[in-house]
Design a protein around this ligand. Structure first.
Ligand SMILES: NC(=O)c1ccc[n+]([C@@H]2O[C@H](COP(=O)([O-])OP(=O)(O)OC[C@H]3O[C@@H](n4cnc5c(N)ncnc54)[C@H](OP(=O)(O)O)[C@@H]3O)[C@@H](O)[C@H]2O)c1
Length: 324
């Protein structure tokens, strides 16, 4: 009898550990919500492949999915999410779904409508995190189409969505510190997170310190410095000799060392992959640790060089990258 009770308790423990295993590797946001440290980037995932990959990622233990209206694939992603929930592979409450409000919808009323349209595309009752995708509004003020709406106007639409239960946490992407300051100065609900480019060649030291001081978390986008597009840039985490040396020591890949470097700093990563094998590789980051010396070596790779500059927006009054 005692054996049977032990066996049942063991199975229950295993089940809860598996179900929550992403929670073990998560960061606590300033509103008390937990955000997984590893998520799946979905830019460029298309059609049926997107559906297959979402299912595969969730099976492998991914719980955070980084979506956006801009990526044009939210319907397929939503379909896949709803299917796996229906099949019992995961419960909605254990997922952390992120989406973003696009530049054309910054004015208050349009932003409200756009938030609801995002939910409709994803076929979800709520999302876990909604970000303003870029500070650069393509939208004019209602009644004054030549002036972009103040960021606080867009922020109020996010706060409205939070109030009616459609968005659990609110955040920003690609804002510089002055633009974040401005949102903080008038926000009733504080942003929990900034999503921004970060990888070994663009480490964002100042921004990390700033976010820490303001109780905000960082989600690193392009955390592998998008190696597929690096030919003309002359840097590549997959072949970087300093990273290879560390990887060899831990019997890990260069991608894993690169991602580990971020999560070991409590920075969440959202690598995109269209291969089930690489999805698994990018999730296997928690069975090794970089030493202090290795962390220093990784820090020394910083070239303070962004890849995503949005140069065509350089003259926009809300262009973020003239400042950090
Ligand atoms: N908020 C924003 O403004 C913003 C901007 C850019 C990106 N993002 C988000 O960040 C996500 C990731 O960024 P990203 O796609 O630019 O760059 P990334 O994740 O750094 O790199 C993606 C590239 O790396 C390859 N890759 C993935 N895992 C690998 C591994 N283990 N070994 C070797 N190669 C690997 C992928 O190829 P395969 O597919 O062939 O594996 C793909 O070509 C996007 O999908 C999006 O969700 C947000």
């Amino acid at each position: 009898m005692t054996n049977i009770i032990f066996f049942i308790a063991f199975i229950a423990l295993l089940g809860s550990t598996y179900g929550n295993h992403q929670l073990l590797h998560s960061v606590k946001l300033n509103n008390g919500c937990q955000m997984p440290l590893v998520g799946l980037g979905t830019s460029g995932l298309e059609g049926e492949k997107a559906e297959m990959l979402i299912r595969e990622a969730i099976k492998q233990g991914y719980r955070m999915i980084d979506c956006a209206f801009l990526y044009g694939n939210q319907e397929q992603i939503g379909k896949a999410i709803n299917k796996v929930i229906k099949e019992g592979l995961v419960q909605r409450k254990d997922l952390f779904i992120v989406t973003k409000l696009w530049n054309n919808f910054h004015a208050f009323e349009r932003a409200k409508q756009h938030i609801m349209d995002n939910l409709k595309q994803l076929q979800l009752d709520y999302v876990d995190l909604m970000l303003i995708h870029w500070p650069t509004s393509f939208d004019g003020k209602i009644g004054d189409p030549n002036t972009p709406p103040d960021h606080l106007e867009t922020w109020k639409a996010l706060e409205w969505a939070h109030k009616i239960g459609k968005v659990k946490s609110l955040g920003l992407a690609n804002f510089n510190h002055k633009q974040i300051d401005h949102v903080l100065s008038g926000a009733k609900i504080k942003p929990v997170v900034l999503e921004a480019e970060m990888h070994p060649y663009y480490q964002q030291k100042k921004m990390k310190d700033y976010l820490k001081k303001n109780g905000m978390a960082l989600i690193a986008y392009s955390p592998l410095a998008n190696p597929g597009q690096n030919a003309e840039r002359g840097f590549n985490v997959l072949t970087d000799p300093a990273i290879s040396k560390i990887a060899k020591r831990h019997k890990k890949s260069n991608a894993q060392v690169t991602l580990r470097y971020a999560v070991q700093q409590n920075v969440a990563v959202i690598p995109k992959s269209s291969s089930p094998k690489r999805l698994a590789e990018n999730m296997a980051l928690f069975d090794f640790q970089l030493s202090d010396e290795e962390m220093k070596q990784m820090a020394s790779l910083d070239r303070k060089k962004k890849m995503i500059l949005m140069e065509h927006l350089k003259n926009h009054p809300q262009y973020p990258f003239n400042d950090w």
